[in-house]
Ligand binder design. Structure first.
Ligand code: ZN
Ligand code: ZN
Length: 213
C-alpha cells in the first residue's frame, strides 16, 4: 500500500499549497483511490500536478463525510478526471457534479481488499485497506472517534496503521497497538501522540508518502 497526502493543513513541499482540509491518494490492490478531496478543487488539482498524479489515473473516490473540507474539491476533480465511481457516506447530499454515486450505510467491501467501515454516527466512514498481515485505516476527521473506526476495522483484520484527521481525540493510550500513526489535518493532540509513540509517529502534510506492506 502506498498513501500520498495531497491536501492537508500543512505542506512538506514548496511546490504544493497547504489549506484546511484533507485528501490522500491510496494505491493498493491495483486501485488508485482518492480518499477525500480537500476544500478547493483548484488547489487539489495543482497539488496533484506537483505530485505527478494525473487525475485521469484516479479510478475511484471515497468521501469520508460531507464537511466542505473533505468534499469541496470533488466537482473540479470530476471535471478533470471524468465521471468515476464516488463512494459517499450515508446521508450525504448528491454532490453538484456528474458521476456514479453510491452511499455506504453499513460495512462493505468496495473492491477486493478495500473496505468502508460504513457510516458511523450517521456521519462518517473510514477506508480499511487489507495488508499482507492486518490492515490500515484511513480517516477524514474521525468525528465518531478513531477508536470507533479501529474497532470496526478489527472485524476485517487487526489495524496496524492509522492515517488522517483525529480531531480532538485525547485517549491516545487506545492507539498503542498501532505500528504507524500519521495524525494530521484537524488533529489537536499531535504533539502528545508524537511523544507517546515516537517509533510509530509519522508527520503528515502535503507530500507525505507512506509505504507499508
Ligand atoms: Zn476536516
Ligand atoms: Zn469534519
Amino acid at each position: 500500500m502506498r498513501v500520498t497526502i495531497c491536501y492537508d493543513n500543512t505542506t512538506r513541499r514548496d511546490d504544493c499549497g497547504a489549506d484546511w482540509g484533507f485528501g490522500c491518494l491510496v494505491e493498493a490492490h491495483g486501485r488508485r483511490l482518492l480518499f477525500d478531496t480537500g476544500t478547493k478543487g483548484g488547489l487539489l488539482l495543482s497539488n496533484l500536478a506537483a505530485l505527478e498524479v494525473d487525475p485521469a489515473s484516479i479510478d475511484t473516490v471515497m468521501i469520508s463525510h460531507q464537511h466542505y473540507d473533505h468534499l469541496g474539491g470533488l466537482p473540479e476533480l470530476v471535471e478533470a478526471a471524468g465521471a468515476l465511481p464516488v463512494h459517499l457516506p450515508q446521508g450525504c447530499p448528491v454532490p453538484p457534479c456528474e458521476s456514479g454515486f453510491t452511499w455506504n450505510a453499513g460495512p462493505v467491501e468496495l473492491y477486493p481488499g478495500l473496505h468502508s467501515t460504513g457510516t458511523l454516527l450517521g456521519l462518517e466512514q473510514a477506508l480499511v485497506v487489507e495488508l499482507e498481515h492486518g490492515c490500515a485505516v484511513i480517516v477524514g476527521c474521525s468525528h465518531p472517534g478513531p477508536d470507533a473506526f479501529l474497532r470496526s476495522a478489527r472485524r476485517i483484520a487487526e489495524p496496524r496503521v492509522l492515517i488522517g484527521g483525529l480531531h480532538g481525540f485525547r485517549k491516545v493510550g487506545r492507539l498503542e497497538h498501532l505500528e504507524l500513526i500519521c495524525p494530521t489535518h484537524c488533529t489537536v493532540f499531535k504533539g502528545r501522540i508524537a511523544r507517546f509513540y515516537p517509533g510509530a509517529y509519522v508527520e503528515g502534510g502535503v507530500g507525505t508518502v507512506i509505504e507499508f506492506d
